[in-house]
Design a protein. Structure first.
Length: 1131
RNA sequence: AGUCCCGUAGCUCAGCUGGUUAGAGCGCUACACUGAUAAUGUAGAGGUCCGCAGUUCAAGUCUGCGCGGGACUACCA
C-alpha cells in the first residue's frame, strides 16, 4: 500500500544526510531561510575565519555545530540571520608551510625568490584546502554563505584594516617602542616563539653567575625605613643575582616582591673581608649564612675564616623597600633620558625566592619581565639606552652582540664568547671579567658557575640574546578600564571564562605588539622619514594614491602602482587592479611635508588584527555599507573554541572598544576541546584523530552533532567516542524514527490526513492526548528558554527525555490499541492528530541540532509541500494547554505502574497473567481523587482487574513520619538533631494526634515546642499482610492470588500471543482474517471455553477448531498446556 | 609561574539558591514483552561524591590547602 506518509524499512541517517543536502541545493533552502525573513529584525552573527591551509578536524564540527544551532534557532524564531563565511589567509603558519614546500628559509626571500613570487605562493597555499572545508561545511549541515566569503588578503578587506588602524592612530593609540625578543646576533634576526620552541633549542649550559652588591643611598627615605638598624658609617648593600653579568652595566632598577619578607644582615664580604650590611629575602638568609655564624662573636672575623659571624638587624616586607635608591653598580653609561628615575627599587609580582636573593637585577633592555616591570613602575624606570652617532637611542650592546665602542672597558667585546669566530675568543669572557672587577671593588657577594638551560638559535647553534627590537604598539593599556567595563556587559558562556580568564586578561592587558617582521600579511600603512621625525599613516587606497601622485610630481618615484585606481569606485574591477601587499607598497617612496623621502615601516600587522577587524572589514566598512553598520555591529552572537579567548575574542573586543567604544559581541559561547575517548589530545601523529568526513559519511551528521551537544555542556572538554554516536543514533533517533514509522503505518492504513482546519479541539480530546499535548507545551517552553540562554545541552536533554520516556514509552505504548483497532473513528482521528502534532513540533525543535533528520521528518509529515523545516516558524506556545494537575496525575500513574511491574517481577508473575487487585493507600481526599482518575490507565498497564483505594478510616494503614529539615532546621538550629530524633520516635497515636489537631507539643531541652503538621511529612509505607512496595511517597500493595478464572484468562492471553506470533511468521497482513486449529488439550480447552470470544477478536479468527489426532503445526508449551497450533487464512 | 576548566557508579554525564535513601544513559547480569519488532520494557549488582582541614544544626553542594587531568598566557633574573 502506498500511503501518503512515506514509510521506510530502516533508519538510514547517512542516506537522509545526502537526500536532504540534495533537497537544500535544489530548493535553495538556505537562501530562503534568509529571504523569507526579509524585513524582520536581524540577528547578527560573526563567523570566525578559519585558516584554510590545514584540513579541518572533528573539533571543527563541534565548534560549527554550536554556531549553526543558534543561527537556525533564531531563524525559526523569525529573525533574519545573515552569516558570511570568511577565510583567514595571512600569518606565520602559511609562510612556514610555503618555505618548507619551496625548500627555502626566511633569508632567501627577496634574494633567491622575489617577495612577489613568495607572496603569490602563499596566496595559493592558503586557499589550498578551501574545497575540503567547503565540503565539510556542507556535509555537516553548517549553513553559512560560502558563495561570497570575506577573505583577508583581498584589497577591500585590507583597506578597511588600514582604516581601523588610522582611527587608532588619530586617537594617539599607536606608538613605536621596543620589545625584548629572542634575537640571534649571528643570524642577525629575531626569533619567533615557535622557533624557540623547536626541539633542541634549549640546552644546558654552564654560565658565570654573580650576586652583585648595590650600594644603598642613605637618603631620608632610607632613614625612615631602616632607622636604628643602620649607623652612619655602615656600608649597606642590596644584593641581586644574575646569570648574565654582562647585563649589569645596563641595570637601572632592582625589583622586589611586595609580599616577600626581607631582612638586613650584618656580616662580612667573603672576598674583601669588609664589614657590611646586606638586604635579601628572609627565606634565603639561611642559604648564604651558616647557622653557626649567628652564634659567633661579630668582631672576631678575619678574611678566609670558614664561617662568618652574622646578625639580622632589620626585617620588613618588599613593599617597604619600594623607591629606595642605590648607586649605579657600573657607571659606564647613563640612560639618555629619565636618568633621575633610574637606580631605585621597584615592585614586581614575578619575584620569587626559589633562587637568587629575592631581589632581582633589572635591565630593561635585555629582559622581557624587566622591561615590563620598569615600564609599569611609577614613575617608569628608564631603560639603559644611549644615543648613537645619529642620535637614535640604542642599548649598550649592538646588533652583533658586542659592547659598543666607548662603553666601559670592554668596548668591542662580544658579550658571549660563543659569538667570536673560532680561536678569537679571549680567555676570560665579559661575564668573568666583570665578575672579577666586582670582587675587587667589594661589589660581589658571590660568584660561581651555574648550570641552567638556555635557548639557542636553531640556525647558528649560538645562544640567543634577549634584545630590544623596534615594534609598533597599540596602547591597549590606556583603554584597559573601558575594555573591562564593556566586558561586563557581555554574556559569556560559560560565565567563568568571561569573568575569569578573559576578565583577568583584560585587567592585566599589555600594549598590543602589532609588528611582525614577515612578508605575507597586511603591511603597516605607516611611512616615515629616515630619522623618524616625520611620519604619516594611510587609512585608504585613495589617500595613498594622492600621496603617490605627489611623490611622483616631486620626482621621488617615476610611477606608482595605483595610477589607474579610481577613487570612489567600489567595483570589483577597480579594486582587483590593486594589491596592498609588501611587494607593492614597499617600493613606494613618499615625500614628507618638509620634502624628505619617506619609506614604509618594514613590519607587517599581526594577523590577529586581521581577524579582529572582520566585523567591519567583511563589509568593506566605511567605504561601503556605512549606513548599515549599526545593523551589522555588534554581533548578537559569536562562538569559537576557548583557545580563542586571548585570540579572536580578544582582538574583536579590543578593536571595537578602542575604535567604536562599544562591545563587538553581546553573547559568546566558548566551547572546550574535543579529545579522544581516553581524554588525550587528538593528533595526526598519534593516529587518534577522528576524521570528520568518514564519520559523517558513516553515521550522518545529525547523530554526531546530537552526541556532541547532548553529551556534556559545550564548554566542557568532550571525550569523543564513536560508541556515544552509536548510542545516540539508536536511542534517540531510533526511537523518534520508530514513533514516526508507527504513525505512518497506521495513518496510511486509515487514510488519515492532517488538516489544521478540521482539527479537533484539544480540550475535547481524551485524557492521554491532553496529557501529551500538555507535556509538549512544557517542552516547547523549556527548549525555547534553553536555546535563548545558549544552553543547547539542556535543550537536547529535555527533548530526549520527552521523546523516549513520554512520547514513545508512555503515550504511544498506552495508545497502540486506539490506532490499530477497527475503522476510522473520531477517537482515532484525535489520536492521529495528537501524535502528528507532537512529531511535527519535535521536528521543528530538533532542527537546530539535527537539521537533516528534522527536515526529513518535517517534510514526511507535510507530504506534497516540500518546504524545509528551517523556514518554518517555531511552534507557538499554547500556555493554556498546560495542565499541571494532569501532568501530576500521569506522573503518579507512571510511578505506580513501574512499582507494580516491579512487584510482579519479584514474584515472577508475567504481565500476561491477569491479577485481581491492587491497593493504594490515600491519606487525603485529594490523593484519593487523583488515584481514581488514573485507575483505568493503571489497571490496563499492569493487567490487574481492580484498584482499591485504601482510606485511613479503615484502620489498616501504618503511617510513618519524617521531619522536614528545610522548615525545621532554621528554627531549631543546634537542637535540630534532637527534634529529628524525637519526631522519628512518634508512634501511630502521636502521628494521628498531630494530624487531627494540626500541631503537637514537644519538649526540647525543657521547653515546650509546637510542631505543625506542615513541618513533617506523613505517609504510609506498609500495609500489614500484603505484598507492598513503597517509593516516592507512594505505596502500593498487590494481590497475587490467582484463581481459576484468572488462570484461564492468562492462558488465553498466552494463546493469543502464540497465534499472533504464528500469524506474523506466516506473513499474513495485519488485516487478514484466519481460521485456527488446535490439538486437543484439556487445560487449554477449559481455559478457552471462557475466553473464546476474546481470543477470536484479538487474533481476527473466524473459527477455532479442535483436532484430536496429530497434525502439522507449531508446538505450543506453556504452564500446564502442551498442544499444537496451525492457522490458515479465511476465504 | 599565573589564570581558567574538570575530578560523582566500569564508561559518559545530571545533581537548582547547603536540607537527610546521591540520580540517568551505556556496559554487565537476569528476566519479561512480542501487530512500533534489526524495536522495547523491568529488575539487580555497582559510590569513603579526588584527599585533608574548616564554616554550619546540616556539606557532593560553601571556604582554605593539597593531589590528579586539561587549556591558555608568560617566563626562568
Amino acid at each position: 500500500m502506498s500511503g501518503k506518509y512515506p514509510e521506510y524499512k530502516h533508519l538510514n541517517l547517512a542516506q537522509i544526510n545526502q537526500d536532504i543536502l540534495e533537497f537544500w541545493k535544489n530548493d535553495e533552502s538556505f537562501k530562503k531561510s534568509i529571504t523569507s525573513r526579509e524585513g524582520a529584525p536581524g540577528f547578527v552573527f560573526y563567523e570566525g575565519p578559519p585558516s584554510a591551509n590545514g584540513k579541518p578536524g572533528i573539533h571543527h564540527v563541534m565548534a560549527r555545530a554550536i554556531k549553526d544551532i543558534f543561527c537556525r534557532f533564531k531563524t525559526l524564531q523569525g529573525y533574519q540571520v545573515n552569516r558570511k563565511a570568511g577565510w583567514d589567509t595571512h600569518g606565520l603558519p602559511v609562510e612556514l608551510g610555503v618555505e618548507k614546500e619551496l625548500g627555502i628559509t626566511k633569508e632567501d626571500i627577496g634574494k633567491s625568490i622575489s617577495i612577489e613570487e613568495y607572496n603569490e605562493a602563499c596566496k595559493k597555499a592558503v586557499m589550498r584546502y578551501t574545497d575540503i572545508w567547503n565540503d565539510l561545511t556542507e556535509k555537516m549541515g553548517y549553513w553559512v554563505d560560502m558563495d561570497d566569503p570575506y577573505i583577508t588578503y583581498k584589497p577591500k578587506y585590507m583597506e578597511s584594516v588600514w582604516w581601523l588602524l588610522k582611527q587608532m592612530w588619530e586617537k594617539d593609540l599607536i606608538y613605536k617602542g621596543y620589545t625584548i625578543q629572542p634575537y640571534s646576533p649571528k643570524a642577525g634576526t629575531g626569533l619567533s616563539s615557535h622557533e624557540l620552541n623547536m626541539p633542541g633549542s634549549y640546552r644546558d649550559v654552564k654560565d658565570t653567575s654573580a650576586i652583585a652588591q648595590f650600594i644603598a643611598q642613605k637618603d631620608a627615605k632610607f632613614q625612615a625605613v631602616f632607622g636604628d638598624a643602620v649607623a652612619d658609617d655602615d656600608q649597606v648593600y642590596y644584593i641581586a643575582w644574575t646569570t648574565t653579568p654582562w647585563t649589569l652595566p645596563s641595570n637601572t632598577a632592582l625589583t622586589v616582591g611586595p609580599k616577600i619578607e626581607y631582612q638586613m644582615v650584618d656580616s662580612y664580604n667573603p672576598y674583601t673581608g669588609i664589614r657590611q650590611k646586606v638586604v635579601l629575602a628572609k627565606n634565603l638568609v639561611s642559604k648564604y649564612f651558616k647557622p653557626e655564624g649567628a652564634e659567633l662573636d661579630m668582631e672576631a672575623y678575619k678574611l678566609g675564616d670558614k664561617v662568618a659571624p652574622w646578625r639580622v638587624v632589620w626585617e620588613g616586607h618588599g613593599r617597604d623597600l619600594e623607591n629606595l635608591r642605590y648607586e649605579q653598580l657600573l657607571d659606564w653609561a647613563q640612560p639618555y633620558e629619565g636618568a633621575e628615575n633610574a637606580f631605585r627599587i621597584i615592585l614586581g609580582d614575578f619575584v620569587t625566592t626559589e633562587d637568587g636573593t629575592g631581589i632581582v637585577h633589572t635591565a630593561p633592555t635585555f629582559g622581557a619581565d624587566d622591561a615590563k616591570v620598569a615600564r609599569e613602575a611609577n614613575p617608569p624606570v628608564p631603560p639603559m639606552l644611549v644615543l648613537d652617532e645619529n642620535d637614535n637611542p640604542v642599548p649598550l650592546v649592538d646588533l652583533q652582540g658586542r659592547f659598543r665602542e666607548g662603553i666601559g672597558p670592554f668596548g668591542g667585546w662580544y658579550v658571549k664568547n660563543e659569538y667570536y669566530a673560532d680561536g678569537e675568543a679571549p680567555d676570560k669572557s665579559v661575564d668573568v671579567e666583570i665578575s672579577i672587577q666586582l670582587k675587587e671593588r667589594n661589589q660581589a657577594f658571590k660568584v660561581e658557575k651555574y648550570n641552567h638551560s638556555y635557548p639557542h638559535c636553531w640556525r647558528t647553534d649560538k645562544p640567543v640574546l634577549y634584545y630590544p627590537l623596534d615594534s609598533w604598539f597599540i596602547r591597549v593599556s590606556a583603554e584597559k578600564e573601558k575594555m573591562v567595563s564593556l566586558n561586563k556587559t557581555i554574556n559569556w558562556k560559560p560565565k567563568s571564562t568571561g569573568e575569569g580568564r578573559f576578565g583577568n586578561w583584560l585587567e592585566n592587558a599589555n600594549d598590543w605588539n602589532l609588528s611582525r617582521s614577515r612578508y605575507w600579511g597586511i603591511p603597516l600603512p605607516i611611512w616615515s622619514t629616515e630619522d623618524g621625525s616625520e611620519r604619516r599613516i594611510f587609512g585608504s587606497v585613495a589617500e595613498l594614491k594622492t600621496a603617490c601622485d605627489e611623490a611622483v610630481a616631486k620626482g621621488l618615484m617615476e610611477k606608482h602602482p595605483f595610477a589607474d585606481f579610481k577613487e570612489g569606485d567600489m567595483s570589483e574591477e577597480n579594486y582587483n587592479q590593486v594589491d596592498l601587499h609588501r611587494h607593492v607598497v614597499d617600493d613606494i617612496v613618499l615625500v614628507s611635508e618638509s620634502g624628505k623621502p619617506m619609506r614604509r615601516e618594514a613590519d607587517l600587522i599581526d594577523v590577529w588584527f586581521d581577524s579582529g577587524s572582520m566585523p567591519y572589514a567583511q563589509w568593506h566598512y566605511p567605504f561601503e555599507n556605512k549606513e548599515q553598520i549599526d545593523q551589522l555591529t555588534p554581533a548578537d552572537f559569536i562562538a569559537e573554541g576557548v583557545d580563542q579567548t586571548r585570540g579572536w575574542f580578544y582582538t574583536l573586543h579590543a578593536i571595537s572598544s578602542l575604535v567604536f567604544d562599544r562591545v563587538a559581541y553581546k553573547n559568546v559561547v566558548s566551547n572546550g576541546l574535543v579529545l579522544d575517548k581516553n581524554g588525550a589530545k587528538m593528533s595526526k601523529r598519534l593516529g587518534n584523530a577522528v576524521d570528520p568526513f568518514t564519520t559523517i559519511e558513516k553515521y550522518g551528521s545529525d547523530p554526531v552533532r546530537w552526541y556532541m551537544i547532548s553529551n556534556a555542556s559545550p564548554w566542557d572538554n568532550l571525550k569523543f567516542d564513536l560508541a556515544g554516536v552509536e548510542e545516540v543514533k539508536r536511542r534517540f533517533f531510533g526511537t523518534l524514527y520508530n514513533t514516526y514509522s508507527f504513525f505512518a503505518l497506521y495513518a496510511n492504513i486509515d487514510g488519515f490526513e492532517y488538516d489544521a482546519e478540521k482539527e479537533t479541539e484539544w480540550s475535547n480530546r481524551p485524557e492521554l492526548d491532553r496529557w501529551i499535548l500538555s507535556r509538549l507545551q512544557e517542552l516547547i517552553r523549556t527548549v525555547e528558554q534553553h536555546f535563548n540562554d545558549y544552553e543547547p545541552t539542556k535543550a537536547a536533554r529535555a527533548i530526549e527525555y520527552f521523546v523516549d520516556e513520554e512520547l514513545s514509552n508512555w503515550y504511544v505504548r498506552l495508545n497502540r490499541r486506539r490506532f490499530w483497532k477497527g475503522e476510522m473513528s473520531e477517537d482515532k482521528q484525535m489520536a492521529y492528530e495528537t501524535l502528528f502534532y507532537c512529531l511535527r513540533s519535535l521536528a521543528q525543535m530538533i532542527s537546530p541540532i539535527a537539521p537533516f533528520f528534522a527536515d526529513r521528518l518535517y517534510q514526511d509529515l507535510n507530504p506534497g509541500k516540500a518546504e524545509s523545516v528551517h523556514i518554518s516558524k517555531w511552534p507557538a506556545l499554547a500556555e493554556d494547554a498546560i495542565d499541571s494537575h494532569l501532568n501530576e496525575r500521569m506522573a503518579m500513574a507512571r510511578n505506580l505502574t513501574s512499582m507494580v511491574l516491579s512487584l510482579r517481577k519479584k514474584e515472577r508473575i508475567r504481565v500476561r497473567q491477569p491479577l485481581q487487585k491492587i491497593m493504594v493507600p490515600a491519606l487525603s481526599d485529594e490523593k484519593a481523587e487523583l488515584l481514581a482518575s488514573i485507575k483505568d490507565i493503571l489497571l490496563a498497564e499492569v493487567n490487574v482487574k481492580e484498584l482499591e483505594i485504601l482510606r485511613e478510616v479503615e484502620g489498616v494503614l501504618v503511617k510513618s513520619i519524617k521531619p522536614d529539615f528545610k522548615k525545621l532546621g532554621p528554627r531549631f538550629g543546634k537542637h535540630m538533631k534532637q527534634v529529628a530524633a524525637a519526631i522519628r520516635e512518634f508512634d501511630q497515636a502521636q502521628i494521628s494526634a498531630l494530624e487531627n489537631e494540626g500541631h503537637y507539643e514537644l519538649e526540647i531541652n525543657g521547653e515546650m515546642q509546637s510542631i505543625e503538621a506542615s513541618d513533617v511529612e506523613i505517609h504510609t509505607e506498609d500495609i500489614p499482610g500484603w505484598l507492598v512496595m513503597s517509593e516516592n511517597k507512594l505505596t502500593v500493595a498487590l494481590d497475587i492470588h490467582i484463581d481459576e478464572d484468572l488462570k484461564s484468562e492468562g492462558m488465553a492471553r498466552e494463546l493469543v500471543n502464540r497465534i499472533q506470533n504464528l500469524r506474523k511468521d506466516s506473513g499474513l497482513e495485519v488485516t487478514d482474517r484466519i481460521e485456527v486449529q488446535l490439538l486437543e488439550d484439556a487445560a487449554l480447552k477449559e481455559a478457552l471455553t471462557k475466553n473464546q470470544d476474546y481470543v477470536k477478536t484479538e487474533v481476527l479468527a473466524d473459527s477455532i477448531s479442535w483436532k484430536s489426532e496429530d497434525f502439522e503445526g507449531e508446538e505450543i508449551d506453556f504452564e500446564d498446556v502442551k498442544s499444537k497450533l496451525s492457522l490458515r487464512k479465511s476465504h
